[in-house]
Design a protein around this ligand. Structure first.
Ligand SMILES: [Zn+2]
Ligand SMILES: [Zn+2]
Length: 425
């Protein structure tokens, strides 16, 4: 019997995983600067949480969830997105009772049963942030900017923010009526999915990617023209603040979040592709009704999620080389049993001083050890033989230049640390 990796999943192998560590560290660093704290919620939750928190009519809930019964007969679902679990935690722990706002971020695996393709896996990763407890439209703009900064800081250029306002429970019903009125005569030109959407969630027809549907909605009424006296100034301030922050954005009136508890700001990070086609790296918006939907009090929220596979794919397609550290600072070559014993201690000293250090574990001869040092991309090789050991010395060779120095054994760790420009740990 031979085993294969499940469809839609990948092993992140050494050589690849360093890129992940790099972009994850960029995300964490940015979140620190914006004063967001990390939250880690379970990979699975009660199925009902996603039905309520993501929405029964969405593709995610109706077609793509990994749902199973556990041995206690409970229906559980692998999280298809990050927000629902975070909101569940916010409500369950009564964080809403504390001084607001609450600013959290997460990085982790999500699961959706979709047809795998480039940038779309069944197990995939998202970096997301959520801010609860403030209606300030400038906060929306700051969050949009945070995500935009993240994308740019890892080296992806040519990304613009598509922006819209989807209104609120006061102004949306009137718009929805107008939209249905407009769409109904064209029903036959809409795709099958949009027939259902027209009844359950007509705004979702606007973001259907099918050509026929796009043609129909081209001249459909726009939500931005129906915003109420609260939503209209909110949207104006978001736009002004984005300009102030220097974010490159454009109005996209087709952009909808499509659920009742999504309100006002909606945005997406759009990547201009080489072929002129645009792809989304992720997006977010305001969800002033979601905390309530999940059993909490009325409490505003705003957030976004970015697909990390897509960010890495964008980096690849743009030929960006990440500045990844690789190779070891010092590889110790030892000859003879006594030297080998001493080299174990030398390695420990090097590592304690903050250098990356390695040795041969297969009792190779001198030549084999030097080859191993080469494979490890060592910057320096330290050679300890019987002679050197007697004199308490070690020969240090810089691999790039071939330059050699003989130094005292107990100075090796300091020497390497300084040569490689490492700080003390
Ligand atoms: Zn409104
Ligand atoms: Zn459609």
């Amino acid at each position: 019997m031979s085993f294969q990796i499940p469809r839609g999943t990948v092993d992140l192998m050494p050589g690849e995983v360093e890129k992940w560590q790099y972009i994850e560290e960029k995300a964490r660093e940015l979140c620190r600067r914006y004063n967001f704290s990390e939250i880690r919620t379970p990979l699975f939750e009660q199925t009902e949480l996603f039905q309520r928190g993501v929405g029964e009519t969405t593709d995610i809930v109706s077609k793509e969830m990994y749902t199973f019964m556990d041995r206690g007969g409970r229906s559980l679902t692998l999280r298809p997105e990050g927000t629902a679990g975070v909101v569940r935690s916010f409500v369950e722990k009564k964080i809403y009772g504390e001084p607001q706002p609450t600013k959290w971020y997460y990085i982790g695996q999500m699961y959706r049963y979709e047809r795998p393709q480039a940038g779309r896996q069944r197990q995939f990763h998202q970096f997301g942030i959520e801010a609860f407890g403030a209606v300030d439209p400038v906060l929306d703009a700051e969050l949009v900017d945070l995500g935009w900064q993240f994308i740019r800081s890892v080296g992806v250029s040519g990304v613009k923010v598509a922006l819209n306002s989807v209104g609120c429970s006061r102004c949306r019903p009137r718009y929805r009526e107008k939209l249905v009125e407009y769409l109904t005569p064209y029903k036959e030109e809409l795709c099958k999915d949009c027939h259902t959407r027209l009844e359950q969630n007509p705004m979702r027809v606007l973001d259907c990617k099918k050509e026929g549907c796009q043609r129909v909605t081209e001249d459909a009424p726009r939500m931005v023209n129906f915003l109420c006296e609260e939503c209209a100034p909110h949207f104006e301030t978001v736009k002004e603040s984005l300009d102030l922050l220097g974010v490159e954005w454009y109005l996209d009136t087709r952009l909808v979040r499509g659920l009742d508890y999504y309100t006002q700001t909606a945005f997406e990070y759009i990547l201009e592709g080489q072929g002129g086609h645009a792809g989304s790296l992720g997006g977010g918006g305001r969800y002033n009704g979601l905390v309530q939907e999940v059993g909490g009090p009325e409490m505003p929220g705003v957030g976004f999620a970015l697909g990390l596979e897509r960010v890495l794919l964008a980096l690849e397609s743009r030929g960006v080389d990440l500045p990844l550290a690789s190779g070891v600072d010092c590889f110790i070559v030892s000859l003879g049993d006594a030297a080998k014993k001493r080299s174990v201690l030398l390695l420990k000293e090097l590592r304690q001083m903050g250098s990356t250090a390695e040795r041969d574990y297969l009792d190779r001869k001198m030549k084999g050890q030097l080859k191993a040092a080469d494979r490890a991309s060592a910057r320096y090789v330290a050679i300890v033989g019987e002679n050197e050991l007697e004199k308490n010395q070690v020969v240090v060779k810089e691999m790039a230049t071939g330059e050699q120095n003989t130094i005292q054994l107990d100075k090796l760790a300091t020497y390497i640390r300084e040569a490689c420009g490492k700080g003390q740990s």
